[in-house]
Design a protein around this ligand. Structure first.
Ligand SMILES: [Zn+2]
Ligand SMILES: [Zn+2]
Length: 150
């Protein structure tokens, strides 16, 4: 089934945080890193990357996760559901946890990253696979272009 057209809506587990996006994802990815395994209590995290300007949310969020400098993770203040992340140096994009979207099931991961920390039994249907991350912004842009043309 084709992914739905924007606007896209979603909410955290308890509904206190609602998200809305007026653009289609720039990219969808699965991250197999150990941090994501712990953050999601699962084998990998699922992300839909959007232009920051197209993203809005209502409700109260708090910062969680590792509180590291490079990335800030936002959680619902009430149910502590992992909602989105911001990456320092990439402020024009937002990494929304795909599971928050109402139509999450229709966005399969196009890219998988950090497979070097992957649980050996975990598989996703991604067409591009990275042991770590795409190394350059050009590589990331090429992935976004391939994703938009799929
Ligand atoms: Zn909540
Ligand atoms: Zn990760």
């Amino acid at each position: 089934m084709a992914p739905p057209k924007p606007p896209l809506q979603g909410a955290c587990l308890c509904g206190a945080v609602q998200v809305s996006v007026t653009a289609s994802p720039l990219l969808t990815l699965a991250c197999h890193c150990r941090d994501c395994q712990k953050l999601t209590a699962s084998a990998y995290s699922l992300t839909a990357m959007f232009p920051e300007a197209a993203f809005s949310y209502g409700g109260e969020v708090i910062k969680g996760g590792r509180h590291s400098e490079g990335r800030t993770h936002y959680f619902c203040k009430s149910c502590l559901n992992f909602v989105f992340s911001k990456i320092t140096g990439a402020e024009q994009r937002i990494n929304l946890r795909l599971s928050v979207l109402d139509d999450a099931a229709l966005f399969e991961p196009f890219v998988e990253v950090m497979t070097e920390e992957k649980m050996p039994w975990a598989t996703v249907p991604a067409t591009h696979s990275f042991a770590r991350y795409p190394e350059t912004i050009e590589e990331l842009q090429a992935l976004m272009e391939a994703y938009s043309k799929r």
